[in-house]
Ligand binder design. Structure first.
Ligand code: ZN
Length: 171
């Protein structure tokens, strides 16, 4: 068995670049790093310890991501991997980079907005939620359903180009 260099910068950056190929199973356009799911990498006693924070407590994607991480590292000569889940602090859409949000828009999902005005979990009737259409950027959109393809997203439709789309809820 190859002896893995413990926590050296070159070893850690090698692991990081391997993990850059792991995508979010729900949004294949984005890697777990771009999503802000990947929180840390550590090497201890020949074991790679990958720390991740799930995007949403109800998302079943975590098992999938854990399998992908273990598999891809094993393929690259890291036979021993442990995935550690960190639930606190909870994942926030703020951890997504601007580039990641832009990719999300191109993929056809309206990216989460930082302002609490756009939090559609609030039931305040005085607050109007406006989400720009990822297809034509029109603000003339309407909420179809609070739940989109997964619980993390709500389902919207653009009144201008008629394109239906998912909106990634800010949490
Ligand atoms: Zn549109």
């Amino acid at each position: 068995m190859r002896l893995i260099n413990q926590n050296t910068e070159s070893e850690l950056s090698r692991v990081r670049s391997i993990l850059d190929t792991v995508t979010d199973p729900e949004i294949p356009a984005l890697t777990i790093n771009e999503m802000g799911i990947l929180r840390g990498i550590e090497i201890k006693d020949n074991t790679v310890i990958v720390t991740i924070t799930p995007t949403y407590s109800g998302c079943p994607a975590i098992d999938h991501i854990t399998d992908d991480i273990t598999k891809v590292l094993a393929e690259h000569d890291y036979p021993s991997t442990r995935v550690a889940l960190v639930l606190s602090p909870a994942w926030t859409t703020d951890w997504m980079s601007d580039e990641a949000k832009e990719k999300l828009r191109k993929y056809g999902i309206a990216p989460p907005c930082k302002t609490s005005l756009l939090d559609d979990s609030q039931e305040d009737p005085n607050i109007t939620v406006i989400v720009a259409c990822p297809n034509c950027c029109s603000f003339n959109t309407k909420l179809v359903s609070h739940f989109g393809s997964t619980a993390c997203k709500s389902f919207w439709q653009c009144a201008d180009c008629l394109e239906p789309f998912d909106y990634f809820k800010p949490i």
